[in-house]
Design a protein around this ligand. Sequence first.
Ligand code: CDP
Ligand code: MG
Length: 132
Amino acid sequence: MESTLSIIKPDGVKKNIIGNILKKFEDSGLKITHIKLIQLTEKEASEFYEMHDGKPFFKDLVAFMSSGPCIPFVLMGENAILRVREIMGATDPQEAKEGTIRAQYADSIDSNIIHGSDSQDSATREISFFFG
Ligand code: CDP
Ligand code: MG
């Protein structure tokens, strides 16, 4: 059993597709064990994405992630980390496989609807960032 952290980003909340996104994960058999709706400050968004500090997209990413409410949640199941990444699709929606959340709903690489932890270490850090 693994747990992983996902976030419906502010664009997903604005588009009114929270239910559609959660349904995809639930239909895959993953369990939602924690969930909330919050708006990150710029400081919190910078801290969450600190591994990208210095990259050309960092400033816009922080502005985007703090631009409105988002929905962090924890998904639990066998191989949850990898399964969530597969259900999300590639970072760039143009490269995301058909049927994935990003292929279906994302407008662009910088407005791509969903976050998912990319490793056991980041899952641990990110779950504790939002849920202690
Ligand atoms: O979210 P994911 O793990 O798939 O991608 P990442 O490489 O960890 O990048 C984190 C986030 O930064 C992406 O989801 C995008 O929102 C943003 N990003 C961007 O705006 N432009 C890029 N060239 C790369 C990432
Ligand atoms: Mg990432």
